[in-house]
Design a protein around this ligand. Structure first.
Ligand code: TEU
Ligand code: CA
Length: 559
């Protein structure tokens, strides 16, 4: 198989844990590190190889941990450094690796560096951040924050504006300052030397800004956030990441995945092609932006399958042509629940399994977001006071100020808010679904009595059992790791592709709609149906009649 031993991440399945919402063991209503340790047997049973933990460092929590005030300390809400080291050693003993979230495009405004930086322009830490004079009595340029409003905030004590692409409590670091790069390398080395197995790197493609800080393109119609296209993939970004790799990462056996919004497959290939010596893979956003509207993600739009096939296939082909590697995901802590966004809640189990087949059989490393393995769905809060996310609350007010009704604004949040993915993990049908003996920090989804881990563990047709089989297939069949991806031309709502290696072949097909679909595929009779999310196969030699969200994986050995 074309995979050398240090490329273990090519055969791995990653499970993303949002610690705050995973499992609370001390009754404060907040998930914690000991809660993850307690569930390692569950994760081992699922069969995952790597855990990605969202930020666990000290943070004021303005952006739920993506505003870090101490990179070397554990957020006391999650526990202690001893708790973390116990989690890491327990996971390693079970053959499970752990990667952490490296958030170094920005810090918290409560970080000691920033507290020093605002004292004076000649303070040693002032140039750790990006400061510009105002223009015509206002901000230095027209860049918007991803969370709405200007990306610049004025500080009286120094008479300048600082850049914050996210919340104003998240000042962007100045990567042109070698001292900043040195600080980041120290942070990475600190965690890797503890035995951490790598990093997910938060918006890592934003760390190099274009010189001159010119106005971004006046966006037609976009009323909210996401101004990255003015700052993504800047002139020195590859130089910075190559340096992190040669100075630190290359000294350890790591897996890295960069979060790179507003990046094309060809641009992504520059980060992940085998001779780039930068990152192993990146998170792309093309399939996340298929249902965007004039308020960015906050639109009532739904994606269409034809576009989904187009963008996912584009990424498969372009990265393969450039010796690159894909990450594969439907959801994470920033996105709505996969079944609600890409499947259909009326066909919850069938569509959860269909999405699992179509993602896990592609070429790349699959990421399962906590709860996806049991088909959790969006929370549908009824009042803005139920929402926690800074992005959701800002967006709600922008929607109202642009004339949307409260009902429409709430309907959009119910569809697209990040809180949908942050409701507590649903473990069982007991109070608070076994997440906490206390008052949960965020409301649970009311359906936890019917959708929970306990129920899935005891049902042979559950989403959990199906995900176990998908993961087992990836571990057993090399064609899933190395086989060439080839889209099969089908009608719009059927997503079908082949995986081809010198010794094996897969045919993967899923009907991503509530209507019957026909899959014209000859010689399937020579294949063995490996996995199927319905109870029998309506297969005759010429055509497969697919029921709503019906998905199958066919396999054959090639002489
Ligand atoms: O997300 C960056 C990103 O692309 C999203 O924030 C997106 O812009 C947002 O969800 C609005 O659509 C990373 C983290 O994943 C996110 O949780 C943080 O809020 C953000 O960076 C700032 O650190
Ligand atoms: Ca707790």
């Amino acid at each position: 198989m074309m995979m050398n031993s240090d490329e273990w991440w090519k055969k791995s399945v990653v499970y993303q844990i949002y610690p705050k919402s995973f499992n609370d063991t001390n009754g404060d209503g907040i998930g914690d590190l000991n809660g993850i340790t307690e569930k390692l047997d569950y994760l081992q049973k699922l069969g995952v190889d790597v855990l990605w933990l969202n930020p666990i460092y000290e943070s004021p929590g303005i952006d739920n941990g993506y505003d870090i005030s101490n990179y070397y300390g554990i957020n006391p809400e999650f526990g202690s450094m001893d708790d973390f080291e116990r989690l890491l050693s327990s996971a390693h003993r079970k053959g499970i690796k752990i990667i952490l979230d490296l958030v170094v495009n920005h810090t918290s405004s409560q970080h000691p560096w920033f507290k020093e930086a605002v004292k004076s322009r000649d303070n040693k830490y002032h140039d750790y951040y990006i400061w510009k004079p105002g223009r015509n009595g206002g901000a230095p340029n027209n860049w918007g924050s991803s969370f709405g409003g200007s990306a610049w905030k004025y500080v009286e004590s120094v008479g300048e504006y600082y850049l914050h692409l996210f919340a104003e409590e998240q000042p962007d670091l100045n990567w042109e300052n070698p001292a900043v790069v040195e600080e980041v390398e120290k942070i990475m080395d600190f965690w890797l030397s503890k035995g951490v197995d790598g990093f997910r790197m938060d918006v890592i493609n934003l760390i190099s800004k274009y010189p001159g800080y010119k106005d971004g393109p006046k966006k037609k119609g976009v009323q909210y956030g996401d101004y990255y296209d003015g700052v993504a993939n800047g002139p020195h970004v590859h130089e910075y990441i190559k340096k992190l790799n040669s100075d630190v990462l290359s000294k350890y056996d790591t897996m890295t995945v960069g979060e790179t919004p507003h990046t094309t497959p060809n641009e992504a290939a520059q980060y992940v092609k085998s001779d780039a010596h930068e990152l192993n893979m990146v998170f792309q956003f093309d399939h996340m932006h298929l249902d965007y509207g004039k308020y960015g993600r906050y639109s009532g739009n739904r994606y269409n399958v034809k576009d989904l096939k187009r963008v996912m296939t584009k990424w498969q082909y372009v990265l393969d042509q450039n010796s690159g590697w894909n990450s594969l995901y439907w959801s994470n802590h920033d996105q709505p629940r996969a079944v609600s966004r890409f499947g259909n809640e009326k066909y919850r189990v069938a569509s959860a399994k269909c999405l699992g087949v179509l993602l896990h059989m592609q070429k790349g490393t699959p990421f399962i977001y906590q709860g996806e393995e049991i088909g959790m769905v969006n929370a549908k809060f009824n009042d803005i006071s139920d929402y926690n996310d800074v992005d959701a609350k800002n967006a709600y007010h922008v929607l109202l100020s642009n004339g949307e009704s409260k009902q429409e604004a709430l309907k959009i949040l119910q569809m697209k808010s990040r809180d949908n993915a942050r409701t507590p993990m649903q473990w069982n049908a007991s109070e608070n679904s076994g997440f906490t003996p206390g008052k949960p920090w965020l409301q649970l989804n009311k359906n936890y009595t019917s959708i929970n881990v306990d129920k899935d563990l005891h049902s042979k047709d559950s989403v959990f059992q199906f995900y176990q089989q998908l993961i087992r297939l990836r571990h057993e069949l090399d064609v899933i790791t190395v086989g060439k991806y080839q889209l099969i031309d089908t009608d719009d709502d059927i997503f079908a592709f082949e995986r081809i290696s010198s010794t094996e072949r897969l045919v993967v097909v899923g009907n991503l709609s509530t209507r019957k679909g026909v899959f014209e595929k000859h010689n399937l009779e020579k294949y063995t149906p490996l996995l199927h999310n319905y109870d029998n196969v309506l297969l005759n030699s010429e055509r497969l009649v697919l029921r709503p969200f019906e998905a199958l994986i066919f396999y054959k050995k090639v002489k």
